[in-house]
Design a protein around this ligand. Structure first.
Ligand SMILES: [Zn+2]
Length: 265
């Protein structure tokens, strides 16, 4: 049995950590690092449109501030988890109880906007400190995807201090170069869709997770906003990756569905 979880971090455009602040900014294109949301707002429409067209269910990790800015209209009826409130680094310094406060506030905001209590999470920057899993459990999060795991023939969900962890794979490509289950390099024009399909082909049992960002459908770090042509090519690439993986017999599922399938709780 092979399960495929497509995951989307719905966060501020081209986000970067800002020194001395827990809130993330956006990549400086000459006007400073204040957070921007335009590409994320556009990109989530493009992605949900594509996934609906393909009949593929996905899991969304919504950063609370971004979701408040762009609205949740594209996310109705979908599996929406949390991704920090202001895209914080949860390995950073917080006041006592601060991590729980921020994560609870993120849950409440996402619940207010989507009408559904989140049950999944991904930490911003995939950075999680030791106490985070128990905090997540306390606030009602059951499923997390904030860890990387070396790709083997089998990748199964596992228990991580109170939550069920579904890790993002890391592997080596045919040229022995490191490849991660994030589509980032493909959006930046540095990897073709085939690389991710080849990576998935090595899984024989378990859950293959791919991740991307809503904003990466509308802009890239290197070139800024995509032209119409570049945006279409980018969307076609995502379609090609997903279709290639489904062609190999993977079932597209949300995180909770995949966890259920493998009988771990
Ligand atoms: Zn993020």
């Amino acid at each position: 049995m092979k399960s495929f979880c497509f995951t989307v971090d719905v966060d501020r455009d081209a986000n970067i950590p800002v020194p001395g602040m827990s809130q993330a900014g956006s990549y400086n294109r000459g006007l400073g690092t204040a957070p921007r949301f335009k590409s994320s707002a556009e990109g989530i429409g493009t992605l949900t449109g594509l996934l609906d067209e393909m009949g593929v269910k996905a899991t969304y990790f919504a950063e609370a501030r971004t979701l408040s800015n762009i609205g949740a209209q594209h996310l109705a009826g979908r599996e929406v988890g949390i991704h920090g409130f202001d895209h914080e680094d949860f390995t950073g310094t917080f006041p006592p109880g601060g991590k729980k406060e921020v994560l609870s506030k993120a849950c409440e905001t996402v619940e207010d906007l989507t009408g559904k209590r989140p049950r999944c999470s991904r930490m911003p920057y995939m950075k999680m400190s030791e106490e985070v899993p128990s905090v997540l459990e306390e606030i009602g999060i059951n499923y997390d995807s904030s860890k990387y795991q070396l790709m083997e023939k089998e990748i199964l969900p596992y228990n991580l201090g109170g939550v069920l962890e579904l890790p993002v794979p890391v592997s080596r490509d045919v040229s022995d170069k490191k490849i991660v289950g994030y589509l980032w390099p493909m959006h930046e024009g540095k990897r073709p869709p085939e690389d991710y399909i080849e990576m998935a082909s090595r899984l024989e049992n378990g859950v293959f997770i791919l991740a991307t960002h809503s904003w990466h459908m509308s802009e890239c770090i290197d070139g800024g906003s995509f032209s119409k042509h570049a945006a279409k090519k980018n969307t076609d690439n995502v379609r090609e990756v997903i279709a290639g993986i489904l062609d190999m017999g993977f079932a597209a599922e949300t995180l909770p569905e995949a966890a259920e399938h493998f009988g771990v709780r």
